[in-house]
Design a protein around this ligand. Structure first.
Ligand code: B4P
Length: 185
């Protein structure tokens, strides 16, 4: 049973690798960024609430994202495993997830941390050019990552759940490194 959480700065390749590996293992790829962008496109109440945060490069409030993840993890396709991409992003979200997985009897998760230097992620995101990929917003997302998300590396290291992968290699090399670590763990 594969249950993986992808951590890393914006542009580290979480979405890219999560999509490839979820297809390879035939398990759902659950991206909070994708769910929020879809809600925004459809202008649902969640999308309308999330828009200003995403446009500024800030995190959407924990409660909104937590409710979204709780609903998604209760769907029956998660019985075969899952990859969570972009969640948790704060210690509060991580504590919530720990309790939720206990409640759903879905423990045994591992955390893949994709390590990529700042200059590389800024370059990648500027090339991608999504709505929230202007240089100013990217810098803000990196600050938010450092202050709110990076502490999760220690959170999971202390729980012996952390797998560290060099994300500054070709797509194929990163996928191979993740598979190797997951198999060995
Ligand atoms: P996300 O959608 O999670 O976006 P991301 O962190 O920018 O991207 P990712 O790391 O997935 O990069 P990707 O693979 O696409 O979040 C967007 C926003 O949503 C957040 O800022 C926040 O507002 C909100 N949000 C989401 N989750 C939340 C939560 N839990 N709590 C609160 N708010 C939340 O790769 C980027 C680019 O690099 C691509 O163009 C790709 O092709 C390229 N690339 C990837 N790997 C490469 C490689 N090895 N070599 C060369 N290029 C590579």
């Amino acid at each position: 049973m594969t249950r993986l959480i992808f951590l890393g700065p914006p542009g580290a390749g979480k979405g890219t690798q999560a999509k490839t590996l979820a297809e390879c293992w035939n398990i759902p790829h659950i991206s909070t960024g994708d769910i929020l962008r879809q809600a925004l496109k459809e202008q649902t109440p969640l999308g309308i609430k999330a828009q200003s945060y995403m446009d500024r490069g800030e995190l959407v409030p924990d409660q909104l994202v937590q409710d979204m993840v709780e609903e998604r993890l209760q769907q029956s396709d998660t019985n075969s495993g899952w990859i969570l991409d972009g969640f948790p992003r704060t210690v509060k979200q991580a504590a919530f997830l720990e309790e939720l997985l206990q409640k759903l009897d879905q423990r045994g998760e591992k955390v893949v941390n994709l390590d990529v230097p700042d200059e590389v992620v800024v370059d990648r995101l500027l090339q991608r050019g999504r709505q929230d990929d202007s240089e100013e917003v990217i810098r803000r997302r990196l600050e938010v990552y450092r202050s709110q998300t990076a502490p999760l590396i220690d959170f999971y290291r202390h729980r012996h759940q952390l797998l560290s992968v060099n994300g500054n290699q070709s797509l194929e090399e990163v996928s191979a490194a993740i598979k190797k670590q997951v198999t060995a763990s």
